[in-house]
Design a protein around this ligand. Structure first.
Ligand code: SF4
Length: 301
């Protein structure tokens, strides 16, 4: 059986749409109807009228699709594909903070569980975090969660003090400044792009810190032809595909998120065959978690 063809056939039969994150494996990106970063996928899910959404990314992303399209059957082909950073902001701990600090604006990176989103004021992604924070009145105290690196990088760039939750992305947090120095030595003419989930010391050595969507736009529009990419290496597949005349180098050792690689073609096939595993959220969680996501989507892109 040609698995790609069978997925295509079932996708049509189910009137399903397949969304995939930029970090997923190449073969998953190839069968997706849309590949993007968290913000792009959130917008796509919100606009999506498909009765079935197959979400190839980590669990919080599939939950976000369910929150934005509650009528749709949202399939998460491998339920073991979670995000350790999202799990670092436990919903009970965030609820306790909320109770103790009712006047603090809680800004939650979209990398949070649906349960945690029910206790926060506004969400953001790495693609729109600067605009989201700029939309909050200056006199307000902010708690940023769960990624302390992203929070620290934003606070510095925007000159806006923020309280930071002690979370981190295991994949980006281990990208050391020395890796950037080694990549510059190996590729002296290349522009170095890193993700703002990296350590501030790593970001300081890069040419730019951009979301994955921002990186894709930058390399497409840049007159430069060589780039060192400091984020999960899944994105290099799309960069090379979209810019065959340009050169892209990963950092060494390659930053790989094992969770983003857990979803296989077989998982997608079985999910379409069985319409399972599904993301199930109770109506109250959907209603409450939608508020901070809608506030984020209302901020001018
Ligand atoms: S790359 Fe980091 S933030 Fe993204 S899913 Fe993996 S662990 Fe979570």
């Amino acid at each position: 059986m040609d698995i790609g063809r069978e997925i295509d056939r079932l996708k049509k039969e189910r009137a399903a749409v397949i969304l995939a994150h930029n970090y997923t494996a190449p073969e998953i990106q190839d069968i997706a109807d849309f590949v993007g970063d968290s913000l792009e996928l959130s917008r796509k899910a919100a606009a999506c009228r498909a009765p079935v959404i197959v979400f190839c990314g980590v669990k919080f992303m599939a939950e976000t699709a369910k929150i934005l399209s509650p009528e749709a059957v949202v399939l998460h082909p491998n339920p073991n594909s979670g995000c350790p950073m999202a799990d670092m902001a436990d919903s009970a701990a965030v609820a306790a903070y909320r109770k103790a600090h009712p006047d603090t604006v809680i800004v939650a990176y979209v990398n949070t569980t649906a349960a945690t989103k029910t206790h926060v004021d506004i969400c953001c992604t790495s693609g729109n975090a600067e605009k989201v924070i700029a939309s909050i009145p200056k006199e307000k105290r902010i708690l940023f969660l769960p990624d302390a690196n992203l929070g620290r990088n934003l606070a510095k760039k925007l000159n806006r003090p923020m309280e930071l939750w002690p979370g981190f992305c295991p994949t980006h947090n281990r990208i050391l400044p020395e890796w950037i120095a080694a990549a510059r030595a190996a590729h002296p003419g290349a522009t170095v792009l890193v993700h703002p989930e990296c350590l501030p010391a790593t970001v300081a050595l890069a040419d730019r810190a951009l979301s994955t969507g921002g990186m894709l736009k930058f390399v497409r529009e840049s007159a430069e032809t060589e780039f060192v990419i400091g984020t999960e290496t899944g994105i290099l597949y799309r960069m090379k595909k979209e810019n065959p005349e340009k050169k892209f180098y990963p950092l060494e050792p390659e930053p790989i998120c094992p969770n983003m690689k857990k979803i296989t073609l077989e998982d997608v096939l079985f999910a379409l065959q069985d319409l399972s595993p599904r993301i199930e959220l109770d109506p109250e969680t959907i209603a409450l978690a939608r508020i901070p996501i809608d506030r984020m989507l209302e901020v001018r892109p």
